[in-house]
Design a binder for this molecule. Structure first.
Ligand code: ADP
Length: 286
């Protein structure tokens, strides 16, 4: 249920009375609602305990994805605000009705086009969030340095500081990180979604791919592809579509475990449990 103060604020923003509100399930962090006015449907995310800039960063990420030269659909952001004493933080955007059938090949091809959006250096102008965790985006010239200093080191520190992992593991990571320049192929800093698992895209009623809930930065495009495979993978048409635009360098299947150390450590810090043993098992190989 929406409290009356958030409802009033949304009606002011939308300049229209809200006629109905229905909860939407499927999110892992926030409360979500479909909001209906006489004019249109909207999608609302609410979070009482989110950091002040949490939804602002998500909104910036969606807008950056929308500016890419790709036909992937990105929900239009209407408003975002941090929490106050008497109402939660919120992100209000266009509601996108989910379709029955999606064009996975086109989705893959359009993601490859989105990845062609390049920058001079790896990172982003500001930090943002991955799930509910802070994501540091200081700029670096080398992908291996960015991956080490901005992705793995902060997550390993968090896991060790909170007692989820033992500091012994740092020597294994140190051995692996020294090899990264040899193991990972070079690339231009490329715009990535940053949290591309199957819960963070959908197909609209016309079958177009829609990206939601991003954790954007300029990184290695293989990060998105590796993450897409972490929980079983997307359809084979998706990968064929991707490779119709950009061929993967040989050896991706071996490299994906290295890229996925990042989302794995994020899962260690969010959930612990078997993710921790999986991360330790992976790192102990080095
Ligand atoms: P969370 O940040 O809590 O993980 P998500 O952004 O993943 O939440 O959204 C939760 C669910 O809501 C998604 O799985 C999707 O089904 C649906 N959803 C997300 N954005 C929209 C949108 N703009 N329009 C319609 N449904 C959406």
């Amino acid at each position: 249920m929406l409290t009356s103060n958030i409802k009033t604020l949304l009606e002011e923003i939308l300049n229209s009375p809200i006629v109905s509100t229905a909860p939407v399930s499927g999110g892992s962090i926030n409360e979500a609602y479909r909001i209906t006015t006489d004019q249109a449907d909207y999608f609302l995310k609410l979070n009482r305990s989110a950091p002040d800039d949490f939804f602002e960063k998500e909104a910036e990420g969606l807008k950056l994805l929308d500016s890419a030269d790709s036909t992937l659909r990105i929900p239009e952001v209407i408003a975002s605000e941090g929490p106050t004493d008497n109402r939660p933080g919120f992100l209000l955007m266009e509601f996108i009705a989910e379709g029955r059938n999606g064009d996975s090949f086109a989705f893959g091809a359009e993601l490859a086009k989105l990845h062609q959006t390049a920058a001079e250096t790896f990172g982003l102008d500001s930090d943002n969030y991955i799930g509910s965790l802070p994501q540091s985006n200081n700029r670096h010239n080398a992908w291996s340095t960015f991956f080490t200093e901005e992705r793995i080191n902060p997550q390993l520190k968090m896991a060790i500081d909170s007692g989820k992992m033992d500091s012994d593991i740092l020597k294994n990571w140190d051995r692996l990180s020294r090899k990264l320049d040899d193991l990972l192929p070079p690339c231009k800093p490329s715009l990535v979604h940053g949290d591309l698992w199957s819960g963070n895209y959908l197909f609209d009623e016309s079958g177009n791919g829609v990206l939601i809930d991003p954790a954007v930065y300029y990184g290695h495009p293989e990060m998105d592809l590796a993450f897409s495979k972490m929980f079983g993978g997307f359809s084979s048409d998706f990968y064929s579509g991707y490779e119709s635009i950009t061929k993967l360098e040989p050896g991706f299947n071996g490299r994906k475990e290295i890229y996925n150390l990042y989302p794995l450590l994020v899962h260690v810090n969010l959930f612990g449990g078997h993710y921790t043993s999986q991360a330790v098992r992976f790192l102990k190989q080095f």
